[in-house]
Design a protein around this ligand. Structure first.
Ligand SMILES: C[S@@+](CC[C@H](N)C(=O)[O-])C[C@H]1O[C@@H](n2cnc3c(N)ncnc32)[C@H](O)[C@@H]1O
Length: 327
C-alpha cells in the first residue's frame, strides 16, 4: 500500500482542490440518500483508494483471513460497484485470481483501477484477467454478467439510489455472494434484506452467522445490530487527507458471505459440528466473569466464570465481537 500511496501522489497531483472534493465526498457518504456520491474525477477516485478504500481493504482482508478456506477456492469474481478495485487488491494479497470483472458506473474509478492494476498487479500476478463493465448494475441484464465463483457488493447498497429489488437476477451466475456494508443499523438492514432474498434463491449463510436454520438473533433487536469493528492503522497521507489526529481508526462494518452449494472444507465441517459460535456483542468483563451473546438458536447468552474455568476465563477476557467461542 505504501507504493500505491506514493504512486497516487506522484501521478494524480494532489492539491488542495482535490482534498476539498474528497471532503465533500465523505460528507455525502454520511447521507447518501440526500447527497450526490457519484465520483467523476480521477483525482478524487485515486484519493478514495488511499482513504476510504484503504480502510475497506483492511476490513476485506479480515473477512478473507477468517474464511480463507472458502476464498482459496475462488477463481473468478464479479465486483458490483467495485470502485477502484478495492476487493481485487485485497484478495490479491492472499491468492491469484483468474478473472475479475468490475461492474462500475464511474469511469473515473474504472480508469484508476486500470492504472493501478497495470502498475502493481500485472507484473506480480500476470495471469489475472481484469476487465470492467461500465454502467449501472441495476440496469444490467443477467446474461451480460460473466459466470463467477463469487460476486461482491462492498459499500454499494448504502449508496443512495440503490435498491435490492434486482439482486436475485444479479447473483444468478454466482456460486457465492459477499456483501459488506457500513456497520450501522441501516447497513445491517440492507444485509438482512439481501439475506432473505438469497435464502429464497437457495443460498445459505457461511459467515458471520453460526446459528442454524437461517435464524438471526439480531434481526428484530431494537438495541443492537450485527456488526464488527476493525482497528486499522492510518497512514501519514490518510491522516493528512481526512484531518485525522489519531494514528488508527475503528472501521465498523457488517457483512454476509453466502454460498449456493455446500462448503466441504474440514474447517467448515468442524464448525458446523457445533465447534464455534460467533460472539455478537461486546464482551462484558468483570474481575469474576466474562459474558457475551453468541449467534446461536438457543443458549445465546454465555457467562464464563473465573471460579469455574480459570483457563477459559483468561482466554475469553481477550475476546472481541466477531471472534468464535467454543464451548
Ligand atoms: C463507496 S464506493 C465502494 C467501492 C468499492 N466497492 C469499495 O468497497 O471500496 C461505492 C461504489 O459503488 C458504485 N456504485 C454504486 N451504485 C452503483 C450502481 N447502481 N451501478 C454501478 N456502480 C454503482 C459507485 O460508483 C462507487 O464506485
Amino acid at each position: 500500500m505504501d507504493d500505491i500511496e506514493e504512486f497516487i501522489f506522484a501521478n494524480y497531483l494532489v492539491d488542495d482542490t482535490k482534498k476539498r472534493d474528497l471532503e465533500d465526498l465523505f460528507y455525502a457518504y454520511q447521507s447518501p440518500a440526500l447527497r450526490n456520491t457519484f465520483v467523476d474525477d480521477p483525482g478524487v477516485a485515486a484519493l478514495y483508494m488511499l482513504t476510504k478504500g484503504r480502510s475497506i481493504m483492511g476490513v476485506m482482508e479480515k473477512i478473507i483471513r477468517q474464511n480463507l478456506d472458502v476464498f482459496n477456492d475462488v477463481e473468478s469474481v464479479v465486483d458490483f460497484g467495485g470502485g477502484p478495485g478495492t476487493f481485487l487488491f485485497a484478495l490479491s494479497k492472499f491468492k491469484t485470481l483468474s478473472k475479475y470483472t468490475n461492474v462500475e458506473q464511474s469511469d473515473a474509478f474504472i480508469g484508476v483501477m486500470n492504472v493501478l492494476v497495470e502498475e502493481f498487479l500485472s507484473s506480480s500476478i500476470p495471469h489475472v484477467h481484469v476487465d470492467s463493465i461500465s454502467g449501472n448494475y441495476l440496469e444490467l441484464e443477467s446474461q451480460k454478467i460473466p459466470a463467477n465463483d463469487l460476486c461482491v457488493f462492498s459499500y454499494t447498497f448504502c449508496e443512495g439510489d440503490n435498491s435490492l429489488a434486482g439482486l436475485s437476477g444479479l447473483v444468478e451466475n454466482s456460486k457465492m455472494f459477499l456483501i459488506i456494508e457500513p456497520g450501522t443499523p441501516s447497513g445491517f438492514n440492507n444485509i438482512i434484506q439481501a439475506r432473505d432474498k438469497l435464502i429464497e434463491e437457495g443460498f445459505s449463510a457461511i459467515a458471520p452467522c453460526t446459528a442454524s436454520n437461517g435464524f438471526c438473533p439480531l434481526r428484530d433487536s431494537n438495541s443492537d445490530w450485527c456488526h464488527f469493528i476493525e482497528r486499522l492503522d492510518r497512514s501519514r497521507v490518510q491522516k493528512h487527507l481526512i484531518k485525522g489526529e489519531l494514528g488508527y481508526e475503528d472501521e465498523k462494518y457488517s457483512y454476509l458471505l453466502m454460498s449456493k452449494y455446500p462448503i466441504h472444507s474440514p474447517a467448515r465441517l468442524r464448525r458446523s459440528g457445533g465447534d464455534g459460535k460467533r460472539i455478537i456483542s461486546r464482551p462484558d468483563i468483570t474481575k469474576y466473569s466474562v459474558s457475551f451473546d453468541v449467534c446461536s438458536e438457543k443458549d445465546g447468552h454465555i457467562v464464563v466464570k473465573k471460579r469455574e474455568n480459570k483457563g477459559k476465563f483468561k482466554i475469553m477476557k481477550k475476546s472481541i465481537r466477531g471472534d468464535l467461542y467454543s464451548s
